[in-house]
Design a protein around this ligand. Structure first.
Ligand code: FMN
Length: 240
């Protein structure tokens, strides 16, 4: 299928609709930021791009710190609210019934309801045009203990994180792989799942599902028909 070329734009998705907490001079605030990401591993560095017009802009610039609170699906309504209402008019913590939690390294509060809160100290501000990019060192990562097992493993899949894509919020779906799985050697004796896809029904565990054969491609269909025919032939021979 051919692709349609659109004019240059911000369609990179999914991104986290991050809930940023910030504070300065006795005032704190929450702002939703989608333009964020990791830009270096060691030292761990991140960025958020913020328009100068935002109430949060000065709080972050003056304090030189902010917290990136990753949103779970349970607080997605608050995330949207914090992205359309300004802290100039409303106390977003109270309006959203979100809980301020003390950060370990910063004066700025974290959001207790968020499963992961990343404490950041601003190192550079880059003016890009519409937005200024606050580049920051990650100075601490706080994870809700409910998602860490007794061996210290963090189960991020249990956090029910939300994603933002093309103006819409999504619940992160099921796990479909893990880093390096494409080249990982199979353990001896371990069965490969679905080695023959054409005899496995698309939406159930049944081996052959003729009612759904329309989903198969031409080759798969031919093999499927051959199998059905063979089973039929065997049954006929059995009766003879
Ligand atoms: C999903 C979403 C993502 C957003 N991403 C950004 C962003 O990356 N940068 C930005 O400056 N504003 C962004 N906004 C807009 C601000 O969150 C919004 O203008 C907010 O009301 C500003 O709050 P404040 O005035 O209290 O700082 C986003 C809004 C939404 C809903």
């Amino acid at each position: 299928m051919a692709k349609t070329a659109w004019k240059a734009g911000t369609l990179l998705a999914p991104v986290p609709p991050a809930l940023i907490s910030c504070a300065h001079g006795g005032k704190d605030n929450l702002i939703t930021i989608a333009w964020t990401g990791i830009i270096n591993s060691d030292p761990a560095k991140t960025y958020i791009s913020v328009r100068k017009q935002r109430y949060s802009y000065d709080l972050i610039k003056k304090s030189g710190e902010f917290v990136i609170n990753l949103p779970s699906q349970h607080i997605i309504r608050s995330v949207d609210f914090c992205g359309v209402k300004s802290g100039r008019e409303v106390d977003k913590f109270s309006a959203c019934k979100l809980t301020r939690e003390k950060a370990s390294q910063l004066d700025c509060p974290m959001v207790a309801e968020s499963p992961v809160s990343i404490e950041c100290k601003v190192t550079d501000i880059v003016e890009l045009g519409t937005h200024d990019m606050f580049i920051a060192d990650i100075v601490a990562v706080n994870i809700d203990e409910r998602y860490i097992d007794e061996k210290g493993k963090f189960h991020i899949e249990k956090c029910a994180l939300a994603a933002y894509a093309h103006g819409q919020y999504f619940a992160l779906g099921k796990k479909i792989g893990s880093f390096g799985f494409a080249v990982k050697k199979k353990k001896k004796g371990k069965k490969i799942q679905n080695p023959i896809p054409y005899i496995t029904c698309r939406n159930s565990k049944k081996k052959i599902c003729p009612s759904q054969h329309l989903n198969y491609n031409k080759f798969e269909k031919e093999v499927l028909y051959m199998q059905i025919f063979l089973v039929f032939l065997l049954k006929v021979l059995h009766f003879l």
